[in-house]
Design a protein around this ligand. Structure first.
Ligand SMILES: *Cc1c(COP(=O)(O)O)cnc(C)c1O
Length: 394
């Protein structure tokens, strides 16, 4: 079985590029050039220099002793929460801004839901002095005021999406419309391992720095490169794709994905795509997505804004369908409890997205000598108000 993308942009039956004809020149230019550009020596040098000096990589691989004692396995946390801007998303935006520069683009657009990807994009645009427009649903702008302020401080223009439910999918539609109208000078920075080929593969390759580091870090600590399991939460799937990447072909390494069950998989308020989804087309690729019987996309729900996405990237649909990965889903309550547990046991307050990965211990038992690496995709600062309200901390 093949788990990496093929020449046509597919992972098994999933992927491809289902785009309006007017976007074809943009996407085709990227498809033809992305691999060559990405592996040029000068690109690699600049990318790795910025990851080191600006993002603060390598992110530590931390042995969580008290958490390990509690759950009866050797648990390592990959500390993406310590990156500049507080999560893994910046690995991708740094890569894509360098790509955009080499393609001669002078303007960046992005879409954002909770604002995390918008902030990561505005950050790299400030870093390089490139114009930045971020589309965001009007409802999300009201809900995510601190991130809107951050983007503005960083010099980005935040444009409200006023149609539909005025959330992420509407912002995405606006961004695509902008791209169609500005095909020559503009690069669209997609924020997860989703979208038309080559986006899922390009984003995955930029995020694969996570598993590249895990291999040498684990070798240093345990004398072996391969853990027994790698575990990550899945929204669109970029932190997971980066965490799995260098282990995909080694079937001795178990791959575990945790989705957001929201208020329960069958509650009608959920984002557990693998359990609830069917094959369809979203944002230009064929993948599993939550939809009604007549193919309308269902509004997803999760307490964590970053997992509140109605689909998963095509790689993950293939990992699910082929049985290469085990998929679980954690409810809001399970994630919140797991986030509080990590805070108390290790002194690390995780993003609520990452807390879903930590909730694996409510669903699966491990052997005491199993070595686990969990992607701690982000820090909890942005979620403090949600933790306060949930646990009545104030
Ligand atoms: C955005 C986000 C996610 C979800 O996105 P993926 O593309 O699935 O990784 C997970 N964790 C954090 C901290 C995020 O900000």
């Amino acid at each position: 079985m093949k788990y990496h993308v093929d020449e046509k942009g597919y992972y098994g039956e999933f992927g491809g590029a289902f785009i309006p004809e007017m976007l074809y020149p943009n996407v085709e230019e990227l498809r033809q050039k992305y691999i060559e550009i990405m592996y040029e020596e000068s690109f690699q040098k600049e990318f790795h220099q910025l990851l080191k000096d600006y993002v603060g990589r390598p992110s530590p691989l931390y042995y969580a002793k008290r958490l390990s004692d509690k759950h009866g396995a050797k648990i390592y946390l990959k500390r993406e929460d310590l990156n500049h801007t507080g999560a893994h998303k910046v690995n991708n935006t740094i890569g894509q801004i360098l790509m955009a520069k080499r393609l001669g683009k002078t303007r960046i657009i992005a879409e954002t839901g909770a604002g995390q990807h918008g902030v990561a994009t505005a950050t790299v645009c400030a870093l390089t002095g490139i114009e930045c427009v971020v589309y965001m649903g009007e409802v999300d702008i009201a809900r995510q005021a601190p991130n809107v302020a951050r983007m503005k401080m960083l010099g980005a223009e935040v444009r409200p999406a006023l149609s539909g439910s005025r959330t992420l999918k509407d912002a995405t539609n606006e961004a695509i419309r902008d791209w169609i109208n500005n095909p020559v000078d503009t690069h669209y920075i997609i924020g997860s391992a989703i979208g038309p080929h080559p986006y899922p593969d390009m984003v995955t390759r930029f995020q694969s720095i996570i598993s590249e580091e895990i291999k040498w870090q684990l070798k240093e600590k345990e004398g072996r490169e391969n853990p027994d399991y790698v575990i990550a939460c899945i929204g669109g799937g970029s932190n997971a794709a980066g965490t799995y990447y260098h282990f995909l072909d080694n079937t001795e390494v178990g791959i575990i994905a945790v989705e957001a069950a929201g208020k329960g998989v069958n509650s009608g308020e959920s984002a557990a795509t693998s359990a609830l989804g069917k094959v369809g087309i979203i944002h230009g690729c064929k993948t599993m997505l939550m939809q009604t019987n007549d193919g309308q996309i269902t509004e997803p729900y999760s307490i964590s804004a970053g997992l509140d996405y109605p689909g998963v990237g095509p790689m993950h649909s293939h990992l699910y369908k082929s049985g290469r990965a085990e998929f679980y889903s954690a409810t809001d309550d399970e994630a919140m409890e797991s986030g509080l547990e990590l805070s108390k046991l290790e002194g690390i307050i995780p993003a609520i997205e990452s807390s879903h990965a930590l909730a694996i211990f409510k669903h699966k038992k491990f052997d005491p000598d199993d070595i686990l690496v969990i992607s701690l995709s982000g820090r909890g600062d942005k979620d403090l108000q949600t933790y306060i309200d949930y646990f009545k901390l104030a």
